[in-house]
Design a binder for this molecule. Structure first.
Ligand SMILES: C[S@+](CC[C@H](N)C(=O)[O-])C[C@H]1O[C@@H](n2cnc3c(N)ncnc32)[C@H](O)[C@@H]1O
Length: 191
């Protein structure tokens, strides 16, 4: 996770896109992005119990492969079952157990249409660097939990969010936008 090793409870919207084709949660946005990019290859940091994976796969083209990373193998077992029960073939998701800062550098440069970083944390700028190199031209990176104008409050998380917004806004290789979804989504396309 781009933040800390601890998920921030209650921040992930739980609404599942299935059965609700139009919606406004983070999960719906992920599915929308995967579909609009006609994503064949995507990366997710933080498999959790598989809700994000279901959404991303729900938008990807048939035969697309989602690479999803989680440090917790127990979570990934749950996610694997969730995906199987939803009818996805085992090959649709490549679940890699490990810490994202160690796994992301092993993935192929420019090989992915969509990179979902999960909730941004104190190390978000590092995750931007790790994620940006994975994107093909036109590919999109997504950080959750980033308000359009992160507060000037003290603390490492607020400082990291401000720095992330600044880096994405000032990066000439990126076209960034803040979406008012849930706690805020920061999204950027690579030129
Ligand atoms: C909020 S995210 C999961 C969200 C998930 N996409 C979903 O839809 O349920 C929490 C997950 O990220 C994992 N995680 C946190 N920090 C991590 C890191 N540095 N590397 C890999 N996984 C991490 C945790 O083990 C947890 O399963």
């Amino acid at each position: 996770m781009s933040v800390s090793d601890e998920p921030r409870s209650g921040e992930q919207e739980r609404a599942r896109p299935a059965g609700s084709p139009v919606g406004e949660s983070t999960l719906h946005v992920l599915r929308f992005l995967a579909a609009s990019l006609r994503a064949k290859a995507a990366v997710e940091v933080g498999t959790g119990t598989g809700d994000g994976a279901l959404s991303i796969l729900g938008g990807m083209v048939d035969g697309g492969v989602l690479t999803s990373i989680d440090a917790d193998p127990a979570k990934q077992r749950v996610a694997r079952r969730t995906l199987r029960e939803a009818g996805h073939q085992p090959g649709a998701a490549r679940l890699i157990t490990g810490r994202a800062p160690e796994v992301l550098p092993r993935l192929t440069d420019g090989g992915y249409d969509l990179v979902s970083m999960g909730p941004a944390g104190v190390d978000a700028p590092m995750y931007l660097e790790l994620g940006k190199r994975l994107l093909r031209p036109g590919g999109v990176i997504v950080f959750d939990g980033v308000p359009p104008n992160p507060p000037e409050s003290p603390g490492a998380l607020a400082a990291s969010l401000r720095e992330l917004v600044r880096l994405m806004r000032d990066d000439e290789e990126l076209v960034a936008v803040s979406l008012p979804t849930g706690p805020g989504l920061l999204v950027a396309a690579k030129r």
